[in-house]
Design a protein around this ligand. Structure first.
Ligand code: SF4
Length: 415
């Protein structure tokens, strides 16, 4: 039988000479130097300035007891920032230590048996950053309606319009048509990651022309027939262990929020207002597999739609942001929002694609990615404008942007 080890492995970020380190203090707050560092105004603060590390008359050093806890201390973008400032991640073998809290161990320097430098990938393995192997993050599309009306700069080179033109949709006069019309796709797919309405905007104003009276019950819904019936159908699509994930996406956020609050759903033999129903125990698990997203192409449209979402979305609805096509810089401002109030469970970012694509600067993408990583929101870099062309092959991305995270549990991507 092997002898039990007398050393402990701990993890810590410090300068190569070991004189400067960063940690969370025992009360959970950051060593103040960290914030200065992030703002680019680094002032060295010797570790011994902190009283707890002078315990016992020795110099004690803060460390995380595991890689997982080091990740809780430092987001990926923190580590990248720190690397630029000459800090490294080290794994220590220590023969003497003291546990300050569940998340923090301190040790005296003269108890260090070994110190080994780790790469960022050892803390954030590629499997955590590239959870989805290809640029297309959905594997099925469901379009109960096709056609749309343009409503913001992102629509200029609309993919749906190009597809309808290509497949020869004509109006009554024989001209190419992009006019919304219902399709024969009445039921959503029951497996995979399903994009709901990639050939339309299912919350388009044209679907608001008549109030809905549910069959058999004279309770008119303030939301249109079509949207109410669609949401009522989707409510029945529980995820289960291997069930589908549905991704909704709109540019009409106010109308999506209105529908989520006001449409009526049939539960048992009664008709409920959806938002009221979602606040009852009977709704448990309902819509857990559905993500309600909006597109934002620049700061102006991000601000408008984000406020519409934050002001109007019911608390049970999981939001996501599609910053694609990204046509200008966006400061998402998520770092100012408390974790429990974060509006997005997921963020997708990418340049425009197609023949008339508009440029997208890498720094615009970096800004969004950094913010997501620093607050722990999964982020998916779909495609990048590299040397003037739209690049989807992640192996050609700059290393720091090779990230395709997804919020749903099932990892791996389409077969
Ligand atoms: S909202 Fe979407 S589908 Fe509709 S015109 Fe704009 S880009 Fe096209």
């Amino acid at each position: 039988m092997s002898k039990p080890s007398k050393t402990k492995t701990v993890y810590r970020v410090e300068s190569a000479d070991g004189k400067l380190g960063l940690w969370r203090d025992a009360d959970g707050t950051w060593n103040p130097k960290f914030h200065l560092l992030k703002d680019g105004k680094c002032r060295n603060m010797p570790m011994e300035d902190c009283a707890i590390y002078r315990k016992g008359g020795k110099r004690w050093f803060a460390s995380a007891p595991s890689k997982e806890l080091l990740r809780a201390w430092f987001s990926l973008s923190d580590l990248r920032d720190l690397e630029k400032h000459g800090f490294c991640i080290y794994e220590f073998e220590v023969s003497q230590w003291c546990r300050v809290s569940d998340a923090e161990v301190i040790f005296p320097r003269d108890a260090v048996a070994a110190r080994r430098q780790l790469s960022i990938v050892a803390i954030y393995p590629e499997s955590d950053l590239i959870q989805w192997p290809v640029a297309k993050y959905w594997d099925k599309a469901w379009n109960p309606v096709i056609g749309c009306r343009k409503c913001s700069p992102a629509c200029k080179n609309c993919y749906a319009e190009a597809m309808m033109e290509r497949f020869g949709y004509l109006d009554e006069d024989g001209f190419p048509s992009f006019r919304p019309c219902e399709t024969k796709q009445k039921r959503p797919p029951r497996s995979g990651v399903v994009f709901v309405g990639n050939m339309t905007d299912l919350f388009g104003e044209w679907l608001d022309e008549e109030p809905w009276t549910p069959p058999n019950k004279p309770i008119p819904s303030p939301v249109s027939t079509f949207i109410s019936a669609t949401l009522d159908g989707m409510r029945r699509c529980f995820a289960g262990a291997t069930g589908p994930t549905y991704l909704w996406l709109t540019k009409r956020v106010q109308r999506m929020c209105k529908a989520l609050h006001e449409c009526r759903v049939e539960v048992g033999r009664a008709w409920w207002n959806l938002d009221d129903f979602m606040r009852t125990p009977r709704s448990m698990g309902c819509f857990d597999n559905q993500y309600w997203g909006f597109t934002a192409e620049n700061q102006e449209w991000y601000d408008r739609r984000k406020w519409d979402w934050r002001g109007g979305a019911p608390s049970w609805a999981k939001g996501w942001l599609s910053a694609e096509p990204l046509l200008g810089p966006i400061d998402p401002g998520l770092r100012y929002i408390a974790p429990e109030d974060q509006p997005f469970e997921w963020v997708v970012v990418g340049c425009e694609s197609g023949p008339h694509r508009r440029p997208c600067k890498l720094e615009w993408v970096e800004r969004i990615v950094d913010e997501c990583l620093s607050i722990g929101v999964p982020v998916f870099v779909k495609q990048l404008d590299l040397d003037g062309s739209c690049e989807r092959d992640i192996s050609k991305f700059p290393k720091h942007l090779r990230i395709r995270q997804v919020p749903w549990a099932e990892k791996g991507g389409p077969a």
